[in-house]
Design a protein around this ligand. Structure first.
Ligand code: MG
Ligand code: MG
Length: 255
């Protein structure tokens, strides 16, 4: 069931979204060569704590997961697409890092992710990251009243495919509200004009995931969480929580 939010709820979700944006900014600031992923998780915990927010990630356990998620961010490096578990890995020059973060404030959830190179990037990684944001922007631009879910999916998929990148099917965006994952699903590829009509008050996490090698293959790593590319190529991921409104898309996790 899709929950339509009141305008007051959207304002409350914006407050949660601001906390997510602040947290991601702090993590990005802290991410440098030699810093561990665990230290980045500590940085995020401190920001959430100071904001009086809880983490929807910590302790999260979908049915397929072997363990409750042990951190407040997902930190996915290089060939990790999403769901990377922060650990003692030390960032190296040229790594490509994706950080996904959520916050719960006053019972409402925000969910957002960024990707960026650490140290000196290659042109290939810059293009892979830029295309993720381009796909996110295209998806957000399609998130308007009168369109359907398929229009968002199509907009995202077209940007990824025309740049030559792969898309891990089976993963994508979702409704957001009092819980992190609600209906409807928002695929990263699809047919325009299909699916649920978009209405004022719907809130969606829109989150393109790109596989640099161009294939669509992925697998779950031995930790039971991390999704990795089958061909070992690098991946990028970008996400915002977006409200559909009569005035146009409202990005709730914008800084
Ligand atoms: Mg997320
Ligand atoms: Mg999400």
């Amino acid at each position: 069931m899709v929950e339509i939010k009141t305008d007051a709820a959207l304002d409350a979700m914006r407050a949660a979204g601001r906390v997510v944006a602040r947290t991601l900014a702090a993590v990005r600031e802290a991410a440098a060569v030699g810093v561990t992923l665990g230290a980045l998780d500590e940085t995020a915990r401190a920001v959430l704590r100071e904001a009086g927010a809880d983490s929807p990630f910590f302790g999260y356990r979908p049915e397929w997961a072997p363990t409750p998620f042990p951190a407040v961010i997902c930190a996915s490096v290089n060939d990790a697409i999403v769901h990377g578990v922060p650990d003692g890995y030390r960032l190296r020059d040229g790594d490509l890092l994706s950080v996904d973060c959520g916050a719960v404030l006053d019972g409402w959830v925000g969910d957002s992710a960024v990707s960026f190179p650490v140290g000196r990037p290659t042109p290939e990684d810059v293009r892979l990251v830029d295309t993720a944001y381009e796909a996110l922007d295209a998806g957000i631009a399609a998130a308007v009243v009168g369109n359907r879910i398929g229009d968002i999916a199509h907009a995202i998929g077209r940007v990824c495919r025309s740049a030559g990148y792969g898309i891990p099917s089976g993963y994508g965006g979702h409704g957001v509200g009092r819980t992190m994952h609600e209906d409807p699903g928002v695929p990263n590829e699809g047919r325009p004009g299909r699916g649920m009509p978009l209405r004022h008050g719907m809130v969606l996490a829109i989150e393109p995931m790109l596989i640099g090698g161009g294939g669509d293959g992925y697998f779950t790593a031995r930790d039971g969480w991390t999704l990795r590319t089958s061909d070992g190529s690098r991946a990028s991921h970008a996400e915002h929580t977006v409200a559909i409104t009569d005035e146009g898309p409202r990005i709730l996790t914008a800084p």
